[in-house]
Design a protein around this ligand. Structure first.
Ligand code: MSP
Length: 501
């Protein structure tokens, strides 16, 4: 079985999760579930980023110890992932002892390569980004991401020789699909054209972090610490069998504001450490509300747990995956969520399953998938083949919204097939041979839609598949006729309609 290793960013343990964090994780889970449907040996890693000056300060403001602070937030992330049906295989916390070992091993390798040297850092530091800024990158004196005043830092610390990797990084970004989508790749190429500068890889006067070996007043820079999570999560260096099974990662899914770290710092650190670089970093856009980035700092957060409580996890997953072009920014509105829920889930998919099960239960004509087919069946089968191609192509390019749209199109075609063949009339007229053919096609089409919906709306998809096929969806059943109509059962509506305010 081919392995497929994908990761989300590890989220700062400074505050409870908001919908922006949920968005990345839902997308990662959809990809992981799709790869599992293809029969691959998938490892999905997520976790929390628990060190750094920002967390140190927030804990102090709240009168908590740093450990209490990060424990509370990490529990909230675990809870939310359970509510959203996220099937992660690993959850890493950067305060785990195993992670400390991995970071120290990485550090040792960087040192052995001669890529760490002492120098003085003088400049601006944003504690929210945990990032150093050049004067020309600031908005006045403020951080360009958070619009908050930066700290003036002046200290001697360890520098990492990023500039040494300029040529190799240029080749990686130019000649492979390492950075996706194209707009982000251009941004990274722009940064390369400006020329890479070495960066400061340790911090003095910050206590909450992994201490630099042989130094009593320095911790390893939180981004070096955080990026290494992708190694620790699959066993580096304590379980090399697992590590070799999954590394290099197939995909790091990130938001667009952290590509510099993932597309420049990270591959350079790996090259320096003598480790293979990941296959791809894909950066999605931002969820906005009234066109402003949803964030704690802006104060316009949306609580994902409240949305799940109101609409169910499938509906929340569906909305974000369908409504936002993956890779671009997208504005969240409650009205759009409700409208899509009613039209596409309750009406289109919910009704298809309801109709197919009700008709099949009422009319027990024996299955005859091999009988003579008329034009509507031939069309439906051709449309099923197109569905398979579209979904595969869309996932290949991580056009997640297009994959969902393709399934929705097929649901529409299956509903039209029912209209066109009118099995209720065939039953009334006693046309049993034809009725058997039509029921077979209708039930199999609904089952196929359910199978393809597994990564998107896993609860409803599994329930629909069970009702229609008598079994849960399994890898390798993504083509028309993979299963034959057997005993079909009914159940309550998969998506009860919700009222529009
Ligand atoms: N801790 C770092 C990442 C380290 S990875 C080695 C970090 N954490 S974060 O808590 O700020 O989370 C950032 C990630 O959350 C973004 O990259 C993105 O995936 C997601 N999002 C946060 N706000 C978002 C939106 N408004 N919209 C979409 N995704 C957003 O950066």
């Amino acid at each position: 079985m081919t392995a497929y290793y994908l990761t989300t960013p590890i989220y700062y343990a400074n505050d409870v999760p908001h919908i922006g964090h949920a968005y990345t994780t839902i997308a990662a889970d959809a990809i992981a579930r799709y790869q599992r449907l293809l029969g691959r040996d998938v490892f999905l890693l997520t976790g929390t980023d628990e060190h750094g000056v920002n967390i140190e300060r927030i804990a102090a403001q709240r009168g908590l110890t740093t450990q209490q602070q990060v424990d509370g937030v990490t529990a909230a992330f675990h809870d939310l992932w359970a509510q959203l049906d996220i099937t992660y295989d690993g959850f890493i916390r950067t305060t785990d002892p195993a992670h400390r070992h991995a970071v120290l091993e990485l550090w040792r390798r960087l040192q052995a390569s001669g890529d760490l040297y002492r120098d003085v850092y003088e400049g601006q530091y944003c504690p929210r980004c945990e990032a150093y800024y050049q004067a020309d990158q600031l908005l006045g004196q403020d951080c360009p991401v958070h619009h908050l005043r930066c700290d003036e830092v002046s200290e001697e610390n360890w520098f990492f020789r990023l500039s040494r990797y300029q040529g190799e990084l240029e080749r990686l970004v130019r000649e492979t699909d390492f950075v996706q989508p194209a707009a982000r790749r251009n941004e990274v190429l722009g940064a390369l054209t400006e020329g890479l500068r070495d960066f400061s890889a340790s911090r003095r006067l910050v206590r909450w972090g992994i201490p630099v070996p042989d130094s009593d007043d320095e911790v390893i820079y939180v981004w070096v610490d955080a990026l290494a999570n992708y190694l620790t999560g699959v066993g580096f260096p304590h379980d090399l069998a697992t590590f070799e099974r999954y590394w290099p990662a197939d995909l790091h899914l990130v938001g667009k504001e952290i590509i510099r770290f993932h597309c420049l710092y990270w591959p350079a650190l790996l090259l320096s450490a003598g480790l293979p670089v990941p296959r791809q970093v894909f950066a999605h856009g931002w969820l906005t509300k009234d066109r402003h980035k949803i964030s704690k700092t802006t104060g316009n957060t949306v609580d994902p747990a409240a949305l799940v409580a109101e609409f169910g996890s499938d509906a929340v997953r569906y909305y974000f995956l369908r409504a936002i072009a993956f890779g671009q920014d997208g504005d969240y509105t409650r009205q759009a969520l409700v409208a899509r829920y009613n039209a596409e889930l309750a009406n289109d998919f919910g009704n298809l399953v309801q109709r197919a099960t009700a008709l099949a239960i009422r009319n027990s004509a024996a299955s005859s998938l091999d009988a003579e087919l008329a034009a509507p069946e031939l069309d439906l089968r051709a449309q099923a083949a197109v569905l398979a191609d579209h979904v595969a192509g869309a996932f290949e390019h991580l056009a997640l919204d297009e994959a969902v749209a393709a399934i929705g199109d097929f649901v529409g075609q299956a509903n039209r097939y029912a209209q066109l063949t009118a099995p209720w009339e065939l039953a009334r007229d006693g046309a049993t041979a034809r009725l058997a053919v039509v029921l077979d096609h209708l039930v199999e089409a609904a089952r196929l839609a359910a199978w393809y919906y597994v990564p998107i709306i896993p609860r409803a998809a599994a329930e629909a598949h069970q009702r229609l096929a008598g079994s849960l969806p399994e890898p390798g059943q993504g083509y028309f006729g993979a299963l034959r109509r057997g005993a079909v059962v009914s159940g309550p509506p998969l998506f009860p309609r919700v009222l529009t305010e």
